[in-house]
Design a protein around this ligand. Structure first.
Ligand SMILES: *Cc1c(COP(=O)(O)O)cnc(C)c1O
Length: 231
């Protein structure tokens, strides 16, 4: 079990480096986020022992328990909240996580800003874009991005870092590339519109579409199954 996680991680790191090279990008241009939702904290510790530092969790309560356990062990990790967030759970995210990747509403932004403890650095924020325009998916429409970005920019306990998307599931590489290219264009527009922010994170690419995402400028891939196995 431990061995498998370590092997998977080094295989993925190798793949990331290969895809970066093919796209003429530096091998360290893409951060690997290990998505550990529903997996035991032991699996996280195993990944940590093979050098993995950034972890993504979808469920607030489960994530907070793992964060607290790791802190008690004296292990400092970087925690990303990547699930849908309801307003009654914002306080736990503000108090425990380092990043939220799924921000899509002014009201949630205001609550996170008010609830972020002042002894912590600002909460890093990605705005989620519903790039495939799916009814079932959360996130804002591309034409709503600048208004939300300008709102977040004014909140001192949040730090806008970029955008994320979960595109429609497809194995068609042409389709993947088309959607990821739209994300890259939006990302560049955001950088131009918010020159005083450190807009450096384009979070896209999962186990099945990582290669296309890296080709299109992803700076963070979110991988669960290919590291920890089926859920
Ligand atoms: C679960 C999840 C992932 C990881 O998906 P895998 O298919 O297991 O690699 C990535 N991003 C988000 C937002 C997720 O919820």
């Amino acid at each position: 079990m431990n061995n498998i996680i370590q092997q998977n991680l080094s295989q993925i790191q190798h793949n990331i480096a290969t895809y970066c090279q093919q796209a003429n990008r530096q091998p360290n241009a893409v951060t690997l986020l290990a998505v550990s939702k529903t997996k035991p904290v032991q699996a996280i510790l195993t990944a940590y022992q093979s050098g993995q530092h950034a972890f993504g969790e979808n469920y607030v309560q489960e994530g907070v328990e793992k964060i607290q356990y790791c802190q008690q062990q004296g292990i400092k990790l970087e925690w990303h909240f990547i699930g849908p967030l309801q307003s009654n759970k914002t306080k736990l995210v503000a108090e425990h996580f380092d990043w939220i990747q799924t921000l899509s509403r002014n009201k949630i932004a205001d609550r996170l800003n008010a609830q972020r403890p002042s002894h912590l650095p600002p909460l890093n924020v990605l705005i989620q874009i519903n790039i495939s325009d799916e009814q079932s998916k959360s996130g804002i429409q591309p034409n709503e991005l600048m208004a939300l970005a300008k709102h977040i920019e004014k909140l001192p306990h949040l730090r806008l870092r970029g955008i994320m998307a979960i595109p429609e599931n497809t194995t068609d590489q042409t389709e993947q590339i088309s959607v990821f290219n739209q994300m890259q264009t939006l990302f560049q527009q955001l950088q131009q519109q918010c020159p005083n922010q450190q807009i450096d994170t384009l979070s896209m690419g999962m186990s099945a579409d990582m290669e296309s995402a890296i080709k299109c400028g992803s700076t963070m891939v979110r991988i669960g199954t290919a590291i920890f196995g089926q859920r």
